[in-house]
Design a protein around this ligand. Structure first.
Ligand code: ADP
Ligand code: MG
Length: 245
């Protein structure tokens, strides 16, 4: 990667008692790219997301977003800078419509901002929610809820979207729709950091893949490079790839 990365992770460490959940992890996320983090269960993918969003502080290393240190910052400040996390279990305001829920994201930290409607409309468009903008959130399908969660995150004016297994539990049609949304989001200038178990989707959509195993980065590269990396194949034997087969 030659351009200045939007996110730079260096020597990141997180310990839970004796366990090194994040062990000297380093990688970059290029602006307007999709970077995926893969690895077997317990590899430290969700812990990494928790560190990047300030959910808990790292024990070592640093994280820079647009050149600025964000490790040690509280979650709301990191979010305010433009890092948004789409949660797998979306908790929308069920009585509000889709557009009203997305507007809540657009109002985040900017009550009274003049561009709220414009930002809301863009987020609806990117997340493919325009046709169901008036529907009550409580009536949405699981696939639509996941897209609402992405729309809400985009509406916070994020330039980096973190999505932890956004396709888990979705059927093939919903999965394809969600992957398409991530593509549209990237095309509109938002970088995506993705954790996803669905390997065909990851291989299809990622610009760059980082592979974790037991807290350590064991490989990184393009999908083509990762698919034939012996260490990756070994790490996956007997775990995810077998499950997928
Ligand atoms: P992944 O998302 O890749 O499946 P996690 O990041 O959830 O992996 O977990 C990595 C390791 O850290 C696991 O061994 C897990 O049990 C441990 N872990 C994660 N979160 C905590 C926590 N809050 N407290 C203690 N141990 C944790
Ligand atoms: Mg996880």
């Amino acid at each position: 990667m030659n351009a200045v990365p939007i996110l730079a992770v260096r020597g990141l460490v997180k310990r839970f008692r004796g366990l090194l959940a994040t062990d000297d992890v380093h990688f970059d996320v290029a602006a307007e790219s999709i970077t995926s983090i893969i690895g077997p269960n317990g590899a430290g993918k969700s812990t990494l997301f928790n560190l990047l969003t300030g959910y808990f502080p790292p024990d070592g290393g640093e994280v820079r977003f647009k050149g600025r240190r964000i490790d040690r910052m509280p979650t709301h400040r990191i979010a305010g800078l433009g890092v948004a996390r789409a949660f797998q279990i979306a908790r929308p305001f069920r009585e509000l419509s889709v557009i009203e829920n997305v507007r809540v994201g657009a109002l985040f930290g900017r009550t009274g901002a003049r561009d709220v409607e414009q930002v809301t409309q863009r987020a609806l468009r990117l997340s493919g929610l325009e046709p169901i903008a008036r529907r009550r959130a409580g009536e949405l399908t699981v696939g639509q809820l996941r897209r609402l969660e992405i729309g809400r995150a985009i509406a916070t004016r994020a330039s980096l979207l973190l999505a932890d297994e956004p396709c888990a539990g979705l059927n093939p049609t919903e999965t394809a729709e969600l992957i398409d949304v991530l593509r549209v989001v990237r095309a509109d200038g938002v970088a995506v950091l993705l954790v996803e178990h669905d390997m065909p989707s990851v291989m299809e959509i990622s610009d760059h893949i980082v592979v974790l195993e037991a807290g350590r980065k064991i490989a990184e590269g393009t999908p083509a490079q990762i698919a034939c990396d012996p260490r990756v194949i070994e790490a996956y034997l007997g775990s995810d790839m077998e499950e997928q087969a």
